[in-house]
Design a binder for this molecule. Structure first.
Ligand SMILES: [Zn+2]
Length: 237
């Protein structure tokens, strides 16, 4: 691979703003179509970490993601926190979600809900034939604590999603400082107008069309830096 800056654009396909609005899927219904259109216009292929529940409820949406040549990744069954699961439950969760998603496409990349995954469950991902774990975050101290032995390639996210919606004069210096590979993530519910919902500020501010415009300028920002876009699975080698 060249020494151009590498950027992975990733999307967590889940219920709206969990755990605050976990009953609805307006993100999948209303946010995803605009997001897919934008990615198509910008010619960016992304990685969609999808819950088994979304795949069961919205098979046509998952088919559309796959048909547009994006990568399908696994995000658990119904967005439960793996740090609160016993071994048996975690095993079942990984089994069920990977089975549900592999009906649509090969799935080798995993991301835990809330970016929280216990090191001692990494072997469960290995036995379920995952090759990549993207559950860590470079902006969390836990990322720097330990590096357990695993055959999985670990590709941490670089920056939390709400940063992408900050004004460009705050956002750009922040994005400039990120090292390659830059892993961005968003959620489809950010592209639905949630400004009047009773949510934590970082979940609702500048959601809807404003978020789409912010995302477009973030992608342009990296293109102007001559970055190359990759799906998570492309970084395996
Ligand atoms: Zn999530």
């Amino acid at each position: 691979m060249s020494d151009r800056l590498k950027v992975c654009f990733t999307i967590d396909m889940e219920p709206d703003c969990p755990p605050y609005l976990s009953t609805g899927f307006r993100g999948v219904e209303e946010g995803l179509p605009s997001l897919l259109k934008l990615l198509d216009e910008e010619q960016v292929k992304g990685t969609f970490f999808t819950t088994g529940e979304v795949a069961a409820k919205y098979p046509a949406s998952v088919e559309k993601i796959v048909s547009q040549e994006h990568e399908l990744g696994c995000h658990g069954v119904s967005h439960q926190d793996f740090t609160r699961m016993d071994q048996g439950t975690a095993e079942k969760e990984i089994q069920q979600s990977s089975e549900a998603l592999r009906r649509f496409a090969p799935v080798i990349s995993f991301r835990a809900p809330y970016l929280k995954f216990p090191d001692h469950y990494l072997n469960l991902l290995e036995s379920a034939d995952f090759k990549i774990d993207s559950s860590q975050a470079k902006y969390k101290t836990s990322y720097y604590r330990n590096a357990p032995e695993t055959s999985l390639k670990r590709i941490p996210v670089s920056v939390t999603s709400s940063v992408l919606r900050l004004p460009h004069w705050i956002r750009s210096p922040y994005l400039n400082a990120l090292s390659s590979p830059v892993v961005l993530f968003v959620h489809p519910w950010e592209f639905v107008d949630l400004r009047k919902e009773n949510l934590r500020l970082d979940c609702r501010f500048k959601t809807g069309d404003v978020a789409l415009n912010c995302l477009r300028s973030v992608l342009t920002f990296f293109k102007e830096k001559n970055a190359e876009f990759f799906k998570i699975q492309d970084l395996l080698n």
